[in-house]
Design a protein around this ligand. Structure first.
Ligand code: ATP
Ligand code: MG
Length: 454
C-alpha cells in the first residue's frame, strides 16, 4: 500500500481535532490542503476555490447541513464529500447524509484508512468526469496520450476507465503498433497503483532460458553462474503493475508459475523454498489470437481465463480511418516541437492518401512516416508528392480505379453521353457506334431519365 494521495488533489478539511490534524499533516503532504475549523470558514473557501474533496467532521456542519448540501449539489460533478463521525453516531450520520456524502470515515482512524478512502473517492471523481465527457458525446481526442476520435477508440477509452477502477487482470489484443503498451500505461497511471512501479517485460525479447529468472529472481547458487541473489520483475513491481507483452511466447513452465501468482498471489525465487507474496496487477498483451492458441493447446486454458478478466481489443488503423487526420496533426506538432521547427501542415491531398493507405504497421508506421518527413523537409506545407511512394500510390490507385465504385448503369450512361457528345447529339450515328438500334438507345436514355417519356 502506497501511503500517498494523488499529487494534483485539492482537499478542504473541516475538522479541528488535534489527533486528526497530526494525521493530515503527516499523510497529506503532497496534496493541496486547506484546513479550517468551521463550516462558515469552509463555505467562504468554497466560494473562491476549487476543491476535489471535502472532508468534514459531522459535528462541525450539523446545524448548517442544508447549506452545505446545496453547495455540493451545485458543484456535484466536481466535488465529493467525506463525512467523519464516531462509531456511536455513525448510523444516524449515514442516514442524515445519505445521497450527499460519497463516503464515511469512523473516528478514530489511521493514516492508511485515511489515504485509502481519499484515493478511492478521488478515483470515483475522475471516472465521473471521464464518463461525463464520454456520455455527453464530447469525444475525447487525447486520452492520456492516446489520440482518437473514432467510435471504436472512444469505446476503448471507456474500457480503460473501467479497468483502471479495479485491480483485475487485463488482456490487450491488437495488431503490432496499435497502441497496446500505451493502453497498459493509461490503465496503470489511472489506477490506485499509479504511484507504485509499472514494469514492462517483453516476453519475446528475453531468451527463454533467462525469462524465468528475470521474472521471479534467483538466490545465490540456484544455477551455475548465480554468484549472488537477484530479485525479479515481480518483486520490483510490488504494489504496482507488471505488463507482460507478447504473452503467448512464454514457456509451459513459466505459464504454471504465472498461474500460481494469479491464483495465490505467491511465487518462489529460483532455488529458494521461501514463498514470496506478489501484490501485482498483471496486464498482458498479444498481437496473436490468444483464444485460438489456447484452443490449439499452445497456451493453458486456466491461465488464459484468469489473465483475460478484462479484454481490451485495439482495432487496426485501417478500421478507424477517421483518426488518421488528428493523428497526423498530433505527430506533426510533436516532431516540429522536438526539432524546434515552425508548424508544418499537410494538404488535403496528402491526408487523403494517408487515409487510403492500409497501414500494416498501424500507428507506429504512421508516426515513423511523419517523423521522417518532418526531419527531412524544409517546406512548411507537405503535399501528396512529398509522401513515400507507396503511400502516394494508394491515392493514385484509387483515382485510377475510381470507376470501380460506380454501377454498371452509371458507367453505361456516362459512355452513352460521351458518344452523344462526340456525335454532337446525333442519335442515329450514336446508335451505330454503340452497335444498338435507335429504339434501344431511346429506351436507354428514357430509362436513365435523360429524355422525357412522352
Ligand atoms: N492512439 C494513439 N495515439 C497516439 N500515439 C499512439 C497511439 N497508439 C499508438 N501510439 C504510438 O505508436 C507507437 C506504438 O505504440 P505501442 O508500442 O503502444 O504499440 P503496440 O501495440 O504495443 O505494438 P507492438 O505489438 O509492436 O508491441 C508508440 O510510439 C505509441 O506512442
Ligand atoms: Mg508493444
Amino acid at each position: 500500500m502506497d501511503f500517498k494521495v494523488h499529487d494534483d488533489l485539492s482537499l478542504l478539511i473541516i475538522d479541528d481535532e488535534e489527533k486528526n490534524q497530526n494525521l493530515y499533516k503527516k499523510y497529506l503532504i503532497n496534496s493541496n490542503i486547506c484546513n479550517v475549523f468551521s463550516l462558515k470558514k469552509g463555505i467562504e473557501k468554497l466560494r473562491d476555490n476549487h476543491f476535489d474533496i471535502i472532508i468534514a467532521d459531522v459535528n462541525k456542519i450539523n446545524g448548517e447541513m442544508d447549506y452545505l448540501s446545496e453547495i455540493i449539489s451545485d458543484k456535484k460533478k466536481s466535488i465529493e464529500l467525506i463525512i467523519l463521525s464516531d462509531y456511536k453516531s455513525m448510523e444516524k450520520t449515514m442516514e442524515l447524509f445519505n445521497g450527499i456524502a460519497e463516503d464515511f470515515l469512523i473516528k478514530p482512524f489511521n493514516g492508511e484508512t485515511l489515504i485509502s478512502i481519499i484515493n478511492r473517492t478521488y478515483l470515483k471523481l475522475v471516472h465521473k468526469k471521464e464518463k461525463d465527457n464520454l456520455f455527453n458525446n464530447r469525444p475525447i481526442n487525447n486520452f492520456y496520450g492516446l489520440i482518437g476520435q473514432s467510435k471504436r477508440m472512444q469505446y476503448v477509452f471507456n474500457e480503460i476507465v473501467k479497468a483502471a477502477a479495479t485491480s483485475a487482470n487485463v488482456l490487450i489484443t491488437g495488431e503490432s503498433g496499435t497502441g497496446k503498451e500505451l493502453v497498459a500505461r493509461a490503465i496503470h497511471y489511472n489506477s490506485l497503483r499509479s504511484k507504485a512501479p509499472f514494469i514492462t517485460v517483453n516476453c519475446a525479447g528475453i531468451p527463454e532460458s533467462l525469462l524465468e529468472s528475470e521474472l521471479f529472481g534467483y538466490v545465490k547458487g540456484a544455477f551455475t553462474g548465480a554468484h549472488s541473489s537477484r530479485i525479479g520483475f515481480f518483486y520490483t513491481a510490488q504494489n504496482g503493475t507488471i505488463f507482460l507483452d507478447e504473452i503467448t511466447e512464454i514457456t509451459p513452465v513459466i505459464q504454471v508459475k504465472l498461474l500460481r501468482i494469479v491464483q495465490n498471489k505467491e511465487f518462489y525465487m529460483l532455488g529458494s523454498s521461501e514463498c514470496q507474496i506478489a501484490d501485482v496487477r498483471i496486464i498482458t498483451a498479444s498481437n496473436k489470437d490468444v483464444m485460438e492458441l489456447t484452443k490449439k493447446g499452445f497456451f493453458r486454458e486456466d491461465l488464459y481465463y484468469r489473465l483475460n478478466v478484462i479484454p481490451i481489443h485495439l482495432p487496426p488503423l485501417r478500421e478507424r480511418r477517421e483518426d488518421i487526420k488528428i493523428l497526423t496533426e498530433y505527430f506533426s506538432i510533436k516532431y516540429c516541437k522536438e526539432l524546434n521547427k515552425n508548424r508544418i501542415s499537410f494538404t488535403d491531398d496528402a491526408i487523403q492518401a494517408f487515409e487510403l493507405y492500409s497501414w500494416p504497421g498501424n500507428i507506429r508506421e504512421l508516426e515513423n512516416v511523419i517523423q521522417r518527413i518532418i526531419v527531412m523537409t524544409d517546406k512548411e506545407i507537405i503535399t501528396l508528392n512529398d509522401l513515400p511512394l507507396l503511400i502516394q500510390q494508394s491515392k493514385k490507385t484509387v483515382q485510377e480505379y475510381s470507376y470501380i465504385y460506380k454501377s454498371l448503369e452509371q458507367i453505361e450512361m456516362e459512355y452513352i453521353k460521351t458518344v452523344l457528345s462526340y456525335t454532337k447529339g446525333n442519335k442515329t450515328i450514336a446508335a451505330k457506334i454503340l452497335d444498338i438500334d435507335r429504339k434501344t438507345l431511346w429506351d436507354k436514355l428514357r430509362k436513365l431519365g435523360q429524355i422525357n417519356s412522352n
